[in-house]
Ligand binder design. Structure first.
Ligand code: 13P
Length: 252
């Protein structure tokens, strides 16, 4: 059965001392947290993975990276391989975030390759999909999401796809304060689940967690998470404020 998940994507934020303070505050709040209903994941920048992993040792939360190389270990200056993440016991890794698609020209094919690298070393990919504002305005949002999901993931086996978490992040909602309405989120999440059901089976589709991301905050999380196909959130800005992040994690 799929899990509820709240994942914090710190993006390229926080200096070391700020990251230290933030994760200590989060860990403190999570110390007495009942994690029966939700898995909490924190995804800091690469240099802070060890810091966050250390904090996760005696508190119940998981650690994720924000990106992974599509190459194996080797002469790829500046890259971080899946094997390196595995060697640090990283549990999850975000793939295909719209900021990586926009600024680093990542394609659906890159997403597929990165997902393969991660699954090979038992790291669960958190695969982001989402349409641009003009794509929605032109009524192409379902086509865009269909391509991103099928080209990024539909080479996987049944067993592999259930290890993937999807995150629907409409690009127009990211960092803008323009959250998707609960109906817009539910409509797209149900569409994504339907794609998985068509390709694999209903049972498989019911096992895949689909998170919403894009100006999700402590005020709107409860309403979004109450939708039947919204299994939690991928949180940007609000994950940098420990009180807001924890409140979001308590929104089921
Ligand atoms: P915001 O929550 O800041 O809109 O960012 C969402 C996001 O991109 C998470 O990956």
């Amino acid at each position: 059965m799929r899990r509820n998940i709240v994942a914090g994507n710190w993006k390229s934020n926080q200096l070391f001392s700020q990251a230290d303070e933030l994760i200590n505050d989060i860990a403190e709040k999570l110390r007495n947290f009942d994690s029966t209903d939700v898995d909490v994941i924190v995804c800091p920048p690469f240099p802070y993975l060890e810091l966050v992993s250390d904090a996760a040792e005696d508190v119940e939360f998981f650690v994720g990276a924000q990106n992974v190389s599509k190459f194996d270990n080797g002469a790829y200056t500046g890259e971080v391989s899946a094997a390196m993440l595995q060697s640090m016991n990283i549990d999850y890794c975000i793939v295909g975030h719209s900021e990586r698609r926009k600024y680093f020209f990542e394609t659906n094919r890159d997403v597929a390759e990165k997902v393969d690298r991660l699954l090979k070393v038992d790291i669960n990919p958190i695969v982001c999909v989402g349409e641009l504002l003009e794509e929605r305005e032109e009524g192409r949002h379902f086509d865009v999401i269909r391509s991103q999901v099928s080209e990024g993931l539909f080479h996987l086996s049944k067993d592999q796809i259930t290890k993937v978490i999807l995150a629907y992040e409409p690009v127009w909602a990211i960092g803008t304060g323009k959250t998707a309405t609960k109906d817009q989120a539910q409509e797209m999440h149900a569409f994504i689940r339907g794609l998985i059901a068509d390709k694999y089976s209903d049972d498989v589709a019911q096992d895949v967690s689909i998170l919403y991301g894009g100006s999700c905050n402590a005020k709107n999380a409860r309403e979004l998470f109450a939708q039947p196909d919204v299994d939690g959130g991928l949180i940007g800005g609000a994950s940098l404020k420990h009180e807001d992040f924890i409140e979001i994690a308590c929104s089921f």
